[in-house]
Design a binder for this molecule. Structure first.
Ligand code: ADP
Ligand code: MG
Length: 250
């Protein structure tokens, strides 16, 4: 039904964390079929976020070359129900010009949502990822260099006549962070999504379990599930169990 891409101007801001968690929430909370395409060749970590450590023989490169390879290059996370096509080890021979065809074909067939994790910054493939997307999430952190890099990315998104949702991740509410008003002014946006910083995130990654499963009732999980709902046009209503966990800070 839709292709959602996760992009950022800078590395380490939380793209892969957001990709794995919105995919998990869309599959678990909203019961839709989800596939992640990992286009981040240089640090392809998405599978580690799902605790998949085995070597993956087939990759996105195979599927781009031949769509019949999809099944062989799709690895399912049993714990979450999310499907993953890993990225190849090198860019060589990876023709992301064809990403748009592949992604829209997948979104029109067996999968309800295709989520693309991407490499940071502005590379030759950034524009291919943008063109392949129906919705774009630009991830940043609440600091001036990160937000100004997002601005450049927003210009590229606009040039391609697409719209982006801005997600400010790892918010701690410290004095030295940019304020909400400053972020909105700099990016010329009315709103953005705020995700708090929480130690549960690195802890969950070390266990290979997305935080939305690892610490279901934590504030960071609630915010990620709400974002997932917003992206697919559904309202996230925490279950009673989640609310009880949240009450106890789990
Ligand atoms: N909301 C958060 N709270 C705390 N740590 C976070 C949060 N989001 C991401 N991180 C941490 O930041 C680091 C980079 O996250 P990652 O998702 O790999 O970023 P990217 O894909 O943009 O490079 C990881 O160590 C992760 O644990
Ligand atoms: Mg990443």
């Amino acid at each position: 039904m839709a292709v959602i891409s996760i992009l950022s101007g800078k590395g380490g801001v939380g793209k892969t964390t957001i990709t794995s968690n919105i995919a998990t929430a869309i599959a678990n909370e909203f019961k839709r079929k989800v596939i992640i395409l990992d286009t981040n060749v240089t640090s392809s970590h998405i599978r580690l976020h799902f605790g998949m450590h085995e070597e993956m023989k087939n990759t996105l490169k195979d599927v781009i070359r031949d769509e019949d390879m999809l099944e062989e290059a799709t690895y399912s996370s049993e714990m979450t129900g999310v499907n993953i096509v890993p990225s190849p080890e090198s860019l060589k021979g990876l023709d992301l010009d064809k990403l748009r065809n592949l992604a829209s074909h997948l979104a029109a067939s067996e999968y309800n949502y295709v989520i693309i994790d991407s490499a940071p910054g502005f590379r030759e493939n950034t524009e291919n990822v943008i063109r392949a997307s129906d919705k774009i999430v630009i991830v940043t952190n609440p600091y001036l260099p990160d937000v100004s890099d997002s601005l450049k990315l927003m210009e590229l998104v606009e040039k391609n006549r697409k719209e982006a949702i801005v997600v400010v991740n790892k918010v701690r509410g410290k004095k030295y962070e940019m304020t909400e008003a400053q972020i909105k002014k700099m990016l010329d946006i009315k709103d953005f999504v705020k995700i708090p910083e929480d130690e549960k995130v690195p802890e969950s990654i070390s266990h290979g379990v997305p935080v939305t499963v690892f610490a279901k009732g934590s504030k960071v999980s609630m915010a990620l599930k709400k974002l997932a709902g917003q992206l697919i046009g559904e309202e996230y209503k925490p279950s009673l169990a989640d609310r009880v966990k949240w009450f106890f800070g789990a």
